[in-house]
Design a protein around this ligand. Structure first.
Ligand code: BQK
Length: 130
């Protein structure tokens, strides 16, 4: 099996583990599933590109991520969406913004500490060529 496909398979295994770790943290439960537009009808009028951890797990399976950077871009999207949808100075909005920033920092740190730098560089090289 060619070396590049082996590298990308290893990346998918790593990213599924990242998704699982993030989604299993109670702090991030509100980011684990798509926002329910029945419950929150004004959400799609404000947030044009929704993202959540379950959708990210599906994207891993559909080979939509070729490097950790692409994965972290979607984490960034989850975070930005929450900051945009919860701008108020109320404690409710502040807490959700804090959770969103924690998700972002936790994901970056997890990847930085658990992923080999050379491996990510190899993935980015493959991604650039495709
Ligand atoms: C993820 C997110 O951005 C989100 N933001 C919310 N904001 C509010 O409820 C603020 C908005 N300003 C006025 C006071 N309420 S609720 C919510 C959410 C929580 C869940 O448990 C599941 C879910 O799908 C979405």
């Amino acid at each position: 099996y060619d070396r590049e496909e082996h590298t990308l398979r290893e990346l998918r295994i790593f990213l599924r583990d990242m998704c699982k770790k993030l989604a299993s943290n109670k702090l991030f439960f509100m980011f684990t599933k798509p926002v329910d537009t029945e419950e929150v009808p004004d959400y799609p009028t404000i947030i044009k590109q929704p993202m959540d951890l379950e959708t990210m797990m599906t994207k891993v399976d559909f080979h939509r991520y070729e490097c950790a950077k692409d994965f972290l871009n979607d984490i960034e999207l989850i975070c930005q969406n929450a900051l945009e949808y919860n701008p108020a100075r109320t404690s409710a909005d502040k807490q959700i913004r804090h959770r969103a920033c924690s998700l972002r920092d936790y994901a970056y740190t997890l990847i930085k500490t658990e992923m080999d730098t050379d491996f990510e560089e190899k993935c980015q090289e493959i991604s650039k060529k495709r």
